[in-house]
Ligand binder design. Sequence first.
Ligand code: NAD
Length: 477
Amino acid sequence: MKMFINGERREASDGRTIDVLNSATLEFIDTVPAATEKDVNEAIAAAKEGARYWGSLPVYERSAILNKAADLIDSRREELAGSLSIEMGKIISEARPEVRVAAQIIRGFAEKANHLYGQTMTDYQVGTEHDIIFTRHEPLGVVACISPFNYPVELCSQKYAAALAAGNAVIIKPSTDNPLTVMKVAEILWEAGVPGNVLQLVTGAGSDIGDILSESPDIAAITFTGSTAVGKHIAEKAAGTLKRVFLELGGNDPYIVFEDADFELAVTGAVRGRVQNAGQTCCSPKRFLVQNSIKDAFIKRAVEQIGALVMGSPLDDKTELGSLISAKAAKTVDEQVKLTISQGAKLICGGTFISETYYAPTILEVTPSMDIAKDMECFGPVIPIIGFDTEEEAIAIANQTMYGLQAGVITKDINKAIRVAAKLECGGVVINQSGNYRHLDQPFGGRKMSGIGREGVSVTLDEMTQVKSYILRNILE
Ligand code: NAD
């Protein structure tokens, strides 16, 4: 597929391309252009024009276009879900809801933008009794939307939908592993009426073109979802122009199971929460803290549940566990498992490749001192189980990481659940399910090295706009 620059479908100016493969079979699907500096700069220049036009449209017109795009996405859900499943190995039963959610996100921001009110100040300050001061939310300008591979359609829509609804022009930079479905969605946005210089999409390795976006004085904000390492790099590069930077980054989320938990719910929440999207979810549980009195029984039942999982073609409705995004990603998971075993972990099951991109669901018994129990984010179907005795010990282990995205607390004692949740250093805690949960309105995001800012229909429009004060001096005299 070609990129979208200034209303045109474009190859890279030097003709270079990147192959996109079917993650499950490693078969070639298509190529996308490897954008050059010239290409990206052309997109930025066009977007500056686009921002002026789009920001001056009444919000009801922008929202109507976005709602039309959401309807078109719904009407093409099956095709888009199939494309997503093929290019990334995501099982079809998860690809369909992802596409549905993307349309919901677009509608959510379109509706919210229609009612994004400013404020009027009071005259409590002596000397201001004849003034009227009101505020308006105004667009920022050009927003770069850089998105990851794992929920490409959903997470990218959290970015462009909010930015467009708020009146900004956007430049989308999808992951090079699986850009095709996002590109099809971008085509739909054009078809719905978003002008060609208001929404542009450039493809290419982040390491080649990312800095052009981060450093450009013509880009007002970068909204990024991806790894902590890249997020830090973007923040450093963006600092030179003091642009706004919103970062949704990695996690190593705890899942804390107390002995009074509903046992079956606890095990199912662990296994299902972890294997969703083949373990490639930012907020999936990644460290399983289980009270020692029930740990052996928990492991036994988790092994049984894992043994019953159906692995296979992502396009088969019955498949419950698809492939990882790439052979490189599967190798990284294997290296992390081997490292953890070399640090003294007991391998309970798995620990092997099934094919170049399929990795067997793996259970490891680990201790709090191992890397996997602290800062090593493992993006695969791996369940490291850590025993604990007391509530305080569980909280200390849960917090001993640089990350702080979400968490899950499983107990029938609601007082204990809230008490523990209040002490967890993270952006959200799910009680009686894993932290692998995201409501579209929820202010989703992390503490510590899991990010800066919050994303969700309830909050992102504030981040995608600047509040301007209009001061009418002595107007009431
Ligand atoms: P990644 O950081 O490797 O890539 C994300 C995006 O950044 C891609 O589009 C990539 O091309 C681009 N990129 C790479 N280098 C860049 C640079 N120097 N400048 C600008 N852009 C650059 O992440 P990934 O492997 O695609 O995604 C997995 C990671 O994302 C995990 O750590 C996961 O936890 C995290 N994630 C976080 C959330 C969240 O909401 N907090 C959601 C999903 C994924």
